[in-house]
Design a binder for this molecule. Sequence first.
Ligand SMILES: Cc1cc2nc3c(=O)[nH]c(=O)nc-3n(C[C@H](O)[C@H](O)[C@H](O)COP(=O)(O)OP(=O)(O)OC[C@H]3O[C@@H](n4cnc5c(N)ncnc54)[C@H](O)[C@@H]3O)c2cc1C
Length: 508
Amino acid sequence: MAGLTREHVRVAVIGSGFGGLGAAVRLRRAGITDFVVLERADAVGGTWRDNSYPGCACDVPSHLYSFSFAPNPDWPRNFSGQRHIRAYLERVTDTFGLRPHLRFGAEVRSLRWDTAALHWEVETVRGTLTADVVVSATGPLSDPQIPDIPGLDGFPGKVFHSSRWDHGFALRGKRIAMVGTGASAIQIVPAIQEEVGRLTLFQRTPPWVLPRMDRRISGVERWLHGKIPATRALRRGGLWGLRELQVGAFTKRPNELGLIERLAAAHMRSAVKDPGLRAVLTPDYRIGCKRILLSNDYYPALTQPHVDVVPAGLSEVRGSTLVAADGTETDVDAIVFGTGFHVTDIPIAHRVTGANGTTLAEEWKGGMEALRGSSAAGFPNFLTIIGPNTGLGNSSMILMIEAQLNYMTDYLRQLDVLGGKVALDARPSAVRAYNNMIQRRMERTVWNTGCDSWYLDHGRNTTLWPGSTGEFKKVTRRVDLAEYTVLRPAAVPAKVTVSTADAGRGSR
Ligand SMILES: Cc1cc2nc3c(=O)[nH]c(=O)nc-3n(C[C@H](O)[C@H](O)[C@H](O)COP(=O)(O)OP(=O)(O)OC[C@H]3O[C@@H](n4cnc5c(N)ncnc54)[C@H](O)[C@@H]3O)c2cc1C
């Protein structure tokens, strides 16, 4: 594989999921071709390359869960499967001529800001390059998390995480433990239950589950979407508008979600007749506080005679015996962890060293925060796609990614306007003001109603955006130079300061 040593680029994008590929398209559209996309794997797709577990599909309708600039009239279902989403991203890569920019097998090991040269030194496993700007699109749900369970190392059977499915492992007739009840687990359980000999689900907290309004998209609809683009736009607009209308209940009026809770309870009652099992499966927190899940076959799967629900987390492994926190013991042949990802402690943060010589992880030890989800103070010309507080509870992440790509494009435009060798560093006061606004708004949201979820870091929600996608699009439309310090070579701040908020802060 060719090395990358000595290359200098205007922009280095890290990751080739929706975020990285979207960034690449927008860079080309802005006339910037001097960029590379560094990807640790050997193919594009991110989430949709890595998650190939049985039953994997999106839970936002495909016509909304796709790029606005790359519509696909041929989505086969309302909620298309992983194979189709992955193929879509491969097509986007070809359609927009992104292949020449891709560098596979190029895991980024470290990023170091060079204050004198005003650029990033990017060390990858294929060599080192330098870049004026780094766009980090390493994904919010990219690095799997397996809990540290005593005795797991001595388990004699097969162990894997849902996002690293071992397709070589034959499930037929085996005793399988599924640990976790999140979005992946509730897709896996119904997809494998018919094949396995016995399935034991370790449930620490039950999820709220609503019916999944999935169906095949008919040939006529697809024909119409292909021939008359307005029909496609109408469909996408309807899906978007419906979700925008729900935002107020999540972010300001959680009590309104009580009605949805009753719907979910009825959904469970229609499938689970055993009151004992229903009690085990009924959450004790407000719907929406944790991610609402969609499934029509999860509850029916749990009522099968060879499927057991252990209402406790996995606490210890003794040989091939799994011991739950309530003392239940189960012998299994394989353990599948559906235990989520490193979300609030993203690995790339440990690898980025900014202008002050500290890593992003050190700066974020009290919780992640960035200006408009994109820039952290002390990390000039470093933008994150799906950064802090950009996640959603009810709509498509592609809308948030595209909003951040608008911000990225304007950021690069501002650098051009400023001219010469230049960098922008988010002002600490601007980052603080933006995050204070977010945390103030967070107080009224359903995510702060008392449940423990992966949205929270030490009790603070650093992952979700407490508003509508329309609002986020507005706050990321333009880069406000007043929120940045302009850096020139020799680290002398240029005299274009628009705000006085950080006056006296000096040194940059
Ligand atoms: C199973 C599953 C289902 C989901 N369903 C939905 C859904 O229905 N709707 C929704 O809105 N969202 C959904 N999501 C969230 C999903 O992650 C986002 O929608 C979106 O795909 C994120 O895209 P991304 O490009 O930011 O990250 P990713 O798709 O995770 O891509 C990140 C890329 O960065 C690469 N990378 C990471 N670190 C490095 C490094 N150090 N060096 C080089 N490369 C690196 C990774 O290999 C990967 O290719 C789902 C997530 C999962 C896991």
